[in-house]
Ligand binder design. Structure first.
Ligand SMILES: [Mn+2]
Length: 332
């Protein structure tokens, strides 16, 4: 993969650009996609932003959401835009399989492909890009990219709001170890532009429905197991649980982090029985590498302290299997 600077000549004249991100997008995925879209539009490009699946409700306030295409709702429009594009950009993922529905089309697409991402182990499918796992968020990298282009003054309040959202969510509000000096410098830079950070915190974190709050109570009482001798905890949610509380897209977001607030717990797992697969989320504190854990046991990957995976076994078998692995590896 060539450095992103080598792609600058491609962006010298107005281009049709297709931007996408990962399936089940989070704050960093949508923030980086919409922030980059707005910047490239200001530079005179024609940009189509496509989310592979519906975005969670807590991100619906974001500037530019209404012009974004949800692939699951409008697959034909998304395909048309991809076909017509001069250039493809992927943000917050580095392997086409993470887009799920777009994997085949992206693999076969002849256009130059640019990636901006901070996950480990990028697949060799990109022509140009930035792949820096030490970065707090893809939003921080989009901010760096705009500055690299010498366009800091083009960052307006909308772009700032988009980029701050991913910075905030991927750093756990500036708490996780990945929160480097650059992350704080970016926050300072966005504040000088007029960023209203409080309204973004409220829109993302304080916008729960009463039902979601009560569901959290149920989960913590009924569905969380704590294994003190392994410094670990597991939350497992069956399809029945999800139906019982009418759980919507995004309602399980962040659940996996709660056990890490228990003293001594350094490894937390969430197992969710979805319609088509068993989904796993892993979080850790300190030096337990959940990225390689996910890769080794559950067909996944991600970051050192935050990763995901999946299982083809049944919901109950997956829980049994997970506990067996826990007792085998005995995380400290
Ligand atoms: Mn991210």
């Amino acid at each position: 993969m060539r450095p992103i600077q080598d792609a600058f000549p491609l962006l010298q004249s107005p281009k049709k650009i297709f931007i996408t991100t990962h399936h089940k997008p989070d704050g960093d995925a949508i923030g980086s996609m919409l922030g980059l879209t707005k910047y490239l539009e200001k530079k005179g490009h024609f940009v189509t932003a496509v989310s592979p699946s519906e975005i969670p409700e807590f991100l619906e306030w974001m500037p530019g959401v209404s012009s974004m295409i949800n692939f699951e709702e409008y697959p034909d429009e998304a395909h048309k835009a991809l076909f017509a594009a001069d250039l493809i950009i992927g943000v917050d993922f580095n392997d086409f399989s993470r887009t799920k529905h777009l994997e085949k089309q992206l693999t076969n697409a002849p256009q130059p492909k640019i990636v901006i991402d901070h996950h480990l182990f990028p697949s060799p499918v990109w022509d140009y890009g930035m792949s820096i796992p030490e970065k707090s968020s893809t939003c921080e990298m989009v901010y760096d990219f705009i500055n690299l282009c010498g366009d800091h003054e083009l960052i307006d309040k909308d772009i700032a709001a988009c980029l701050y959202t991913g910075l905030m969510t991927d750093t756990g509000s500036f708490k996780f170890p990945i929160t480097n000096a650059g992350a704080h410098e970016m926050a300072a830079g966005l504040k000088r532009i007029g960023l209203d950070h409080t309204s973004i915190h409220e829109a993302v974190y304080d916008s729960w429905t009463e039902g979601r709050m009560r569901f959290l109570g149920y989960v913590l009482i009924e569905r969380m197991e704590v294994f003190h001798k392994y410094n670990a905890a597991l939350i497992s949610l069956s399809r029945k649980d999800l139906n019982l509380f009418n759980v919507k897209n995004g309602d399980t977001e962040g659940l996996v982090n709660y056990p890490l607030s228990i003293a001594g717990i350094r490894f937390a797992t969430l197992i969710t029985e979805r319609n088509d697969e068993i989904k796993m989320s892993f979080r850790s504190k300190g030096d337990f590498d959940v990225s390689s854990f996910a890769r080794q046991y559950f067909d996944g990957g991600g970051h050192f302290n935050a990763s995901g995976g999946r299982a083809k076994t049944s919901f109950l078998d997956t829980i049994v299997n997970f506990k067996k692995i826990l007792s085998d590896i005995h995380p400290q």
